[in-house]
Write a protein that binds this ligand. Sequence first.
Ligand code: ACM
Length: 682
Amino acid sequence: MIFLRKLFLILAFFCLISLTQAQVNNTFNLMPAPAALKLNSNRIGLDQRFRICVNGKANKRIYDYASRFIRRLSNKTGIFLDKLQYVTVKDSKDISSTLLIKIHRPGKLELGEDESYSLVTNAKQVIVESETDLGAIHALETLLQLLSSDANGYYFPGVEISDKPRFAWRGLLLDVVLHFMPVDVVKRTLDGMAVVKMNVLHLHLSNDQGFRVESKIFPRLQQVASDGIFYTQEEIRDIVRYADERGIRVVPEFVVPAHTTAILTAYPEYASVKRDYKLQRYFGVFDPVMDPTNEKLYPFLEKLFKEMSSLFPDDYFHIGGDENTGKDWENTPHIKSFMQSKGMKKYMDLQTYFNARLLPIIKKTGKIMMGWDEILQPGVPNEVVIQSWRGNESFYGSIKKGHKAILSYGYYIDLIQPASYHYLNDPMPDSVKLTDQEKKNILGGEATMWSEMITPVTVDSRIWPRTAAIAERLWSKQNVNNVDDMYRRLDIVSLHLESVGLQHLTYKDKLMRQLANGYDTKSLEVLVSVLEPLKIYERNEGDTMYTVFSPFTKLADVASPDQKLPRIFKKNVEEFLIQTSPQLEKSIHDELMIWKENDSEFKKLVVNSPVLEEAASLSENLSLIAAAGLESVQYLHDKKIPGETWLAQKMEIIKRAHKQGGRCEIQIIDTVQKLIEKAAGK
Ligand code: ACM
């Protein structure tokens, strides 16, 4: 591979070559992959003389970004680029600077703004050109990913890139209610988003468990409905400013009429049912709901939403609208008779009535209303934007009805599914026939990080690096869809993400030290490297009912989604089963040996660390299936076929290994099963 890459670069010295998508990805590992890239023979070496000049009419945003770019470049290379350099309009005069950024006009941070850019290395400098500073920001991230090195030092390679996003809305929902995320967590999330060119942070700010923004008009919201855990208005402005500096819009969500236990705890007079409201400690779907028949509710919401929307300059305001059980409406006589008097047949008709009352309130604040796909009911005006989460039908249904829509179904990163699953979830697949107008209604997509099972310690590992695969799906061309290649680049982008302060790679060490109770963590590391937390909603089912006070410092928290080692092991085994080779056999053998022998060490650790007892069965099962795998490799090596009894015994081991422990499951079971079956001649 390295040879091929070199060959391309050498060829490029003689001619300008356009690369196929696979060659682009292979040569530079960019993520998201740019729309077009050619190689040329130039190369700009990096040394202390590196300078940036911003030319043209630009927003201050790009000067600050360029200044931070210099620091990041300096940190990556160890070169003291320039101790005094802060890029400002005043200092930005020398158009022969190493990096010349030409901008045509200040960018507006709004949906659909031009984010395209070109990036060209000529004989003397790198030239970035973009319509707006938002495009230039993306170019700088591309340039950081392009930074290369060899025996002669660091350099920017000779390229001609022309790039623009496929979708205008490339979002990440961060739920800061179920578990609160302090400002610094939000900021590093924004830094990660900028690395992969995402441009919308959707903050989920209220739910049954709390209301997370200070209100000066309704202070009981933070006084009695937040456990004292909320953002002050100044902190919200700080987050919005920080996001703006990175070209990222912030869209707030305040869910109504259901998921409002917190608001009703503070202001029970707006509830459908009179009861003693307390903040919800469990996670799930609950009956408390606002009373749409109460005329006083609407002035309350008008004042609250006016205040909240004033903190968020973005054009969009999300009113939730999801998961109303309708029970508190159906069981309340005055609400039932209201529905009858208006000819409403189902409780969702009442929610549609409520939304119709809400729409002018939101519009009065100058915002565009959006909500989850439950609100897509007959009679909902087209101007309301729909976010689909329950299935593709609602997504294409909204588009066909004339709504603008955002896809989140298939991007639920809290469900611990692999990056490949999300990556192949295209908002506009060829299999769905859409008119040009319907296509225009697809704004893009959003990954959703619901925080039932995460804390500030683990959140990065649940978002990153998988979300980079979603970012690429939303930015890059539809035909950039090779899963193996995505995983190869994901490992590299993961390091870029770490370099901006994300802790998805390091959080494990800290948690494992705590779990090992001061003892050597090696055997725990070996076990954890093949574990993933239970997927979809399984972790919260069965014997453990999690609450906001549960410990999230255990095995299932250390285990991360989409583990690399089982993925590599699987690939090796698949290759081995097609074509054996001594190297592959050795690598598979050595890995199985480590797993087989780990259990005796792990058992010693558990004696001193009872919190790990829940992992004991997993460790034992890992050892047993690894032993079965080793026997299989030996049979294959010797070209002997074991009897049916052997096979039956091994399949029993495989069956037992599927049993979860510590809310985790072992990830190499199916791969070992393939080895066993092949050995048995199946
Ligand atoms: C949702 O996940 N309840 C929108």
